[in-house]
Design a protein around this ligand. Sequence first.
Ligand SMILES: [Zn+2]
Length: 365
Amino acid sequence: MARDIYIPAAFRCFQGFVVRDLKEFRKEQLMEIHLEHSEGHQPHCHRCGSRLGAYHGRHSMRLKHVRMMSWEVRICFYRNKHHCAECKKIRSERIDFLCPISPHLTKELSWWVNRLTEMSAVNQVSRLESIDKKTCYEVDKHILRNLLQGYKIPSIEALAVDEVYARSKVQLKPGENKDDLFFTVIIDARTRRVIWVTQSRRKEALDEFFELIGPAACQKIFVVATDQHEAYSQSVKQYCPGAKVIWDRFHLVQKFNEALNLDRDDELRRLVEAKKISKDYLLRRHKYKFLTKAENRSPSAQKHIEKISKMNHKIAQMEIIKEHFHQLFECPTYLEAKPMFDDCVRWAFESKARCLLQWLKSIGR
Ligand SMILES: [Zn+2]
């Protein structure tokens, strides 16, 4: 190494190697750090870890490292091959700073990729760091797996269970059905933390969790919030007979809106056929105006709804039912909420909102 080259401390951290040269490529904003084995370096097998024997050649390595002042950094060196008496084979030497998942990255960069994936989606990280998406996924998975070793499910009394869409239909494997495209996510309702995730949204997915925590822990659970997915309710009934199954507000409002939309669309179509409004009123962007609560609407959206409500009495009635339904969740007790819910059912019946009435009756049972 030339005496007059200053090597920053951050570049002197490659175990078993010393920096021989630094090369800068200003146009490409790239820096290459060239390494050579340090004196007295003892090679070890990358598989079994034992001391290696006779030298059997080398191959060049060019690892991507964490950026330095926005410049790309590459680590260049030769990796030696030796005979391993333990494996009885020619083996490459162990490189302590090499990422265990990819032979193209340093451990430091894989750590950085993992930190970034905590803040952002994997494909965004892949674009930011110019590392292919699959490598980013693999690195992230490897580090997470190490972090989760020894993880213990905390003691829980209130659970929330939900499904998330994990794969597209194209990725359906033989013998799987639509339920297998989901993950079941189990959340501690008190801390709002995800405590477990299982594959698929079948009953067996939640069964697996209850079997894992055991009957004693199941007995402590007194409430489980789910969407209206029947398989989850059945699993709770079987494993936690003492727990109350409740439907969470988000899913109830979602299903309520779906039913209401069907009835409202019928009325809007009737207005279009009578040539009272243009076809544009059936567009999706106008539908969203109806979905928001009155207090959150913009003045123009409010005007739009008032105009239609004046033209069609049934739509006006359905708006009142919707606002009443939202207020229901503010009730502190069941006794206060029940009459409000009954109002919604009665009004849906009186205004002949067929789909809405059917849905309200289905949850009222
Ligand atoms: Zn070996």
